[in-house]
Write a protein that binds this ligand. Sequence first.
Ligand code: HEC
Length: 141
Amino acid sequence: MKVKISFTIFCFMLVVVSCSDAQLGSLEQLAKGASLYHTNCSNCHQKDGSGLEGLIPPLAATDYLPANKNDLPCIIQNGLSGDIIVNGKKYKLAMPANKSLSNKDIANITAYIYKKFLKEDEFFSDTAMSIKLKNCVKKLS
Ligand code: HEC
């Protein structure tokens, strides 16, 4: 009996351990990303990503985000200006930069937006994110 119980515990531990660092990391990213989105983005883009028609483009159900998802971290860090067309409508206002967000914060928000609005599971390591963000500074200068 004792052996059986310890075997059960052993199996349980195995399951916990095999829930990889990446999986745990991505759950943490989503939780942190959600809270950062709500503090830094949702006052404009709205909690549900619907935006404000004619003024703030939507993030949910849009043609722009899937086509430009690789630029998302750069957009978060540097903002965006110039006319863009989202779902056939023109947006002219500028989005401000978020210079106080760390690379980790941007990785967390990006993971949250991929999950919530693009329905994609994506985990962003600190290293991958800093390389990406360095490259967008290069692109701008
Ligand atoms: C002060 C309002 C404001 C805030 C805060 C803001 N944005 Fe934006 N965002 C805009 C505007 C306005 C545009 C359109 C810019 C343009 O026309 O060039 C935009 C464009 C975008 C786009 C590209 C267009 C689209 O709909 O896909 C993305 C992605 C985006 N914002 C994500 C974010 C994220 C993530 C945050 C939080 C870190 C954020 N924004 C915070 C106003 C805002």
